[in-house]
Design a protein. Structure first.
Length: 416
């Protein structure tokens, strides 16, 4: 056991002291702080700026359309232009105005317009178009003899109430808290498997290529080394996650009262139930161990860094498939595809947690999926240990899955 903790501590400390780990952690913390101060940064650049001014040439019989437009304008300032259309266009080119709006009337005396700006992507034109559409509807209703009260009743939102008959169904508040948490965990698991799974494989391969492995296996068992590395790299990841969690908590305490909408409502972690948070941790850990054991076994059969990517790439594609399924499942968590794949061990950490976060999943389904996942991890760990025992003694050019069979033979699992 002492040798196990020696390998564990050596792997953990050597990783957390690397420049790459320190720099990446610092970047994550800076990004988190930046996210919480984004509203202030935007206000610093745009908060004190004046609203864009739009020149308006009114060719209608009266100024009814212009007056209605002026009354409803909030994001820009319409201003009547007394010169010709060409003079107004020149003023826009000289950046005196954001754009030029020419108002006219159709044969039915309804408003029409043309908007001129330096680029077609000008967002002010979309705002004006939406306002003119409302003005046109109001004028057409007035010409048809429909009073304003009737129009308000027509455009009033329909009364629509949603109630779930399933006793286990999530409430609106729980869904608001779960959606962001599910998205964060799915993405975090996806990134952690790719980053830390590759880290395990490359760490083992690097030791083999530098011949350090020969010293290690003479002082401790290969299986103990494998699990020590898996746990150590896992702790490296959890250390980084802990730093990020502390940073987020600190920023929420500092800035939480000042920020109350948009992205922060979407995240809604504070509204998530303790049960959802508990399952987030459970599936995160189980998902890591599932893929980490696979990467450790695969990394042990190659001795060159350039062969690692070739052998581990199928695992990465598997994680990507689970990730894209999860993204699809966010909009359709009760689809048959999502339900079926939630019981497939390689997809369970992401898909089953998604279902738990978005739906009311019966306890027996959760227990069954976890049992299948744990059994799969145990089986893969046993096979990976056999591969590791023989793989660490294999040197030379590799990267083929045939080497897995050779590693198993070398470890004594398959007799000649």
């Amino acid at each position: 056991m002492r040798k196990f903790w020696t390998v564990f501590s050596h792997t953990y400390l050597s990783r957390v002291k690397t420049k790459g780990y320190v720099i990446s952690s610092a970047i994550f913390l800076l990004v988190i702080c930046g996210i919480f101060y984004v509203p202030d940064i935007i206000d610093r650049f745009t908060g004190d700026s004046e609203e864009p001014v739009v020149a308006v040439i009114d060719e209608t019989e009266n100024q009814q359309t212009y007056e209605a437009l002026h009354a409803s304008a909030e994001e820009y300032q319409p201003e009547l232009f007394n010169g010709s259309e060409e003079e107004a266009k020149d003023a826009v080119e000289n950046e005196e105005y954001e754009g030029l709006l020419v108002l006219s009337q159709s044969e039915q005396s309804l408003p029409e317009a043309a908007f001129y700006s330096m680029q077609l992507t000008n967002s002010t034109s979309e705002t004006i178009e939406a306002q003119l559409q409302q003005i046109k509807v109001a004028q057409a209703a007035s010409q048809a003899g429909v009073d304003e009260a009737t129009m308000q009743d027509i455009y009033a939102p329909v009364s629509f109430q949603r109630d779930a008959l399933d006793d286990n169904a999530k409430t609106e508040e729980e869904l608001a808290g779960s959606y962001g948490l599910v998205y964060i965990l799915v993405f975090a698991l996806y990134m952690s498997v790719i980053v830390y799974g590759m880290m395990i494989a490359t760490d083992i391969t690097n030791e083999k290529s530098s011949r350090v492995m020969e010293i290690l296996i003479s002082s401790s068992s290969p299986v103990g080394q494998m699990f020590a590395k898996i746990l150590a790299i896992g702790m490296v990841g959890l250390t980084q996650v802990a730093l990020i969690t502390v940073a987020v908590y600190a920023m929420v305490q500092i800035r939480g009262e000042e920020l109350g909408g948009g992205f922060f409502d979407f995240i809604g972690i504070a509204d998530a139930s303790p049960v959802t948070l508990t399952f987030a941790l459970i599936f995160f850990i189980l998902g890591y161990f599932l893929y980490a054991t696979i990467c450790a076994g695969l990394g042990s059969v190659v001795s060159r860094m350039e062969d690692v990517q070739q052998l581990v790439s199928p695992v990465i594609f598997l994680v990507m498939g689970a990730f894209f399924l999860s993204i699809y499942g966010l909009s359709s968590p009760d689809s048959p595809l999502i339900v079926v794949t939630s019981y497939i061990p390689f997809f369970t950490p992401m898909i089953m947690f998604l279902r738990i976060g978005m739906l009311g999943v019966p306890a027996w389904e959760i227990a069954l999926s976890i049992a299948i996942l744990v059994a799969t991890i145990t089986l893969i760990a046993w096979i990976a240990a056999k591969i590791y025992r023989g793989g660490v003694l294999m040197y030379g050019k590799g990267g083929s899955f045939n080497q897995l069979k050779e590693a198993l033979k070398l470890s004594g699992n398959i007799k000649k």
